[in-house]
Design a protein around this ligand. Structure first.
Ligand code: ACO
Length: 431
């Protein structure tokens, strides 16, 4: 963070306050208001943090106007094409692309942690079978702090490292088991001779009764989905993780908080909501009706998979995801899939509509990811858990960054109070 010679002047009640302006390596300057309350006695008001930088970070940069997403400086489309998920994990966690030896060591460390404590099975069995896999994941990941005491000391860098590796390694097993439990099939243990994505697919789709061969094209598509969702700077779930960890909570509890936040349909739940919407539309002739509803101010309906807080241009992840969707559907011979026809036509009509153009609403990554996941055989209830698996590395990288900053403070927003002012208690018989 560079201090600039620039300042901003705030004039309030006839008095002026000079506020420092800070510059990053990219992106807009920020006005440093940390001393504003002590100097001027006022707070700033920014619900939803639309104009507020909550931290400094060196991990991910998004230029929403250009439609650019960089991890440690590397564009997401290059990473999606040339790299793979575990290499991107290394990049996010440690700041640079690994050498061949570093990658081998990292992959081996992750691979050795893929199993979960055997006793966790009993924890799963406490859930109702019809529990949503996200509900199971919030519970199981939170419970990890009860199973892995030796990596909950956040002041010990070694324990922080072990917790990070454990989380990345175990999350596919935890998500796959949530699915298996949900559908009443036996848990499938991880196999460490398989790559990250293939292992996950196998744990989801294999059964003890017969062999399961992972299709390499589907494994590649799965790996891309993981890669494209790996991190996205200070989004709602990441900010939740940072806020939870600012109190000194252990990493497993913080990631469970992130998973809870991700569940909502405005965030990670959007791909499930998007596919359900495409199914509800059903046929291309009904698209105008749904577009009209999305534009109607009196109707709360929104086009799921459209719009983004930061991207005001095409989501760069959506482009790669669209290409992946074509490859997977082609492989599976389902290019005449009615959902895909509706998706393609909806995208076309929305992009031609002035309402969406004026508000800069473009398809986001979730518009296509649901189509791929469904084609692979996942039910919609697994879409958000898969997002959680992918985003774990982002949460952990941001958590580690925050923990290693000696200046970090507990997060404690202020408020604009609009409630009753002081009044005296009235005894019940007098109300
Ligand atoms: N359909 C119709 N109108 C929309 C949509 C949409 N999908 N998204 C935004 N708008 C409109 C709003 O009604 C608003 O109109 P107004 O200015 O007339 O009031 C305007 O566009 C701005 O919308 P906001 O909600 O203020 O934008 P915000 O940045 O807060 O919201 C969000 C972003 C939550 C993603 C929103 O676009 C949305 O709800 N999209 C659908 C859900 C979705 O796809 N979420 C996935 C996000 S990506 C991810 O988490 C990986």
């Amino acid at each position: 963070m560079k201090d600039t010679t620039k300042t901003a002047t705030l004039t309030l009640n006839g008095q002026s306050y000079e506020l420092p302006v800070l510059s990053g390596t990219a992106g807009p300057d920020v006005i440093d208001i940390r001393k504003l309350y002590t100097q001027a006695g006022v707070f700033t008001y920014d619900p939803g943090f639309t104009s507020t930088a909550s931290c400094d970070s060196t991990i991910t940069y998004i230029d929403g106007e250009k439609g650019e997403l960089l991890h440690r400086g590397y564009p997401i489309d290059q990473l999606a094409e040339k790299s793979h998920y575990l290499e991107v994990c290394y990049l996010l966690l440690y700041g640079d692309l690994p050498t061949a030896a570093e990658l081998e060591d990292f992959e081996s460390r992750v691979t050795k942690h893929t199993m979960v404590h055997e006793q966790m099975q009993y924890f799963y069995r406490g859930f109702r079978r019809d529990a949503h896999p996200m509900a199971i994941m919030v519970g199981v990941v939170g419970a990890m702090s009860a199973f892995y005491h030796d990596s909950t000391d956040i002041n010990d860098p070694w324990q922080r490292e072990v917790a990070s590796i454990r989380m990345i390694a175990k999350m596919p097993t935890i998500a796959a088991w949530a699915y298996k439990y949900h559908i009443g099939q036996p848990f499938v243990y991880p196999r460490n001779d398989l790559d990250y994505a293939s292992n996950f697919l196998r744990m989801c789709f294999a059964v003890p009764a017969e062999d399961y061969e992972v299709n390499p094209i589907l494994a590649r598509a799965m790996d891309r989905i993981f890669t494209l969702h790996a991190d996205h700077e200070q989004n709602a779930s990441t900010s939740t993780v940072r806020l939870a960890s600012s109190s000194g909570a252990n990493p497993f509890a913080c990631i469970a908080a992130g998973i809870a936040c991700l569940w909502g349909p405005a965030h990670g739940g959007a791909n499930q909501a998007c596919l359900e919407m495409l199914k509800e539309i059903g046929t291309p002739d009904r698209i105008p009706e749904f577009i009209a509803r999305a534009k109607d101010k009196n109707d709360p309906f929104r086009l799921m998979g459209f719009g983004h807080r930061v991207y005001k241009n095409f989501d760069p992840r959506a482009k790669v995801m669209k290409q992946s969707a074509d490859e997977v559907l082609d492989l599976l011979g389902i290019d005449d899939n009615p959902i895909l026809q509706v998706a393609k036509e909806l995208e076309k009509q929305a992009l031609e509509d002035p309402y969406f153009a004026e508000k800069k609403l473009f398809p986001n990554v979730d518009f296509y990811s649901g189509i791929i996941l469904e084609a692979m055989g996942f039910p919609t209830s697994m879409f958000t858990p898969i997002f959680a698996v992918s985003r774990t590395v982002g949460w952990i990288s941001q958590w580690k960054e925050q923990q290693s900053d000696p200046a970090h403070k507990i997060g404690r927003p202020r408020q604009l109070y609009l409630g009753a002012t002081r009044r005296d208690y009235v005894d019940i018989e007098n109300r």
